[in-house]
Design a protein around this ligand. Structure first.
Ligand code: BEZ
Length: 213
């Protein structure tokens, strides 16, 4: 059973995929990555999810984020199902899907939750930073399809807060005001945030979205 936590090194692996054998670290290169599992091929919710991810190809690319999907079905099954996804979701899946038939990767990442399902992966999401550490983990049950707009929003927040001394408030979207990290003094904030800031409370200081690094 995996005990992965935020900040841990993402375990590296070689895996069979619909695009041949992939080494996770080589595949991610210097960029960001999103690794997500789904329970099973030829199932309705998964079909809509993988189609949605294909449609968001340009959004992931803009964020320098490589996509990697996984289920415990085999490559031949994945390939047949991709045809169905392309047909029914009016898209083209061209990111790799891991065929984790021996459950090596699922177990490494704790994607099988035996009290939910003994054999199939749940809907896990891992966002991995350029330093190969885990920046975010979310787990959804099989019955709930993921909101990939939310995952893009989270990547925006992770990428901003990795390089600036800020945090993003509730329901934040790229472009909205951000919160200055509590560790930054007002004196330093004046230098770090030339657009200025608003002190609502000494611990709650808002500043316009900083320019990208
Ligand atoms: C689905 O993707 O529709 C699904 C997969 C496994 C269990 C329930 C739903």
């Amino acid at each position: 059973m995996s005990d992965l936590k935020l900040g841990d090194k993402a375990p590296n692996f070689d895996a069979e995929t619909t695009k041949g054998t992939i080494n996770l670290y080589d595949y991610l290169g210097d960029g960001w990555g999103i690794l997500f599992s789904h329970p099973s091929d030829y199932t309705p919710v998964c079909t809509t999810e993988l189609g949605t991810v294909a449609k968001y190809k340009d959004e992931f690319k803009k964020r320098n984020t490589k996509v990697l999907a996984l289920s415990v079905d085999g490559v031949a099954s994945h390939k047949g199902w991709i045809d169905d996804i392309n047909e029914t979701q009016n898209t083209k899946v061209d990111y790799p899907i891991i065929a984790d038939e021996d459950k090596k990767v699922s177990e490494l990442y704790g994607m099988i939750h035996p009290n939910a399902d003994n054999t199939l992966t749940v809907r896990s999401v891992y966002i991995i930073g350029p330093d190969k550490t885990i920046k975010l983990m979310i787990t959804y049950p099989a019955s709930t399809g993921r909101n990939f707009d939310e995952l893009l929003r989270v990547i925006d927040s992770l990428q901003l807060t990795a390089y600036q001394k800020v945090a993003t408030p509730a329901n934040w979207k790229k472009g909205d005001d951000v919160v200055i990290s509590p560790s930054v003094s007002n004196e330093d904030a004046k230098k770090l945030f030339p657009k200025g800031f608003r002190e609502v409370k000494p611990y709650l200081r808002m500043t316009p979205h900083p320019d990208s690094k």
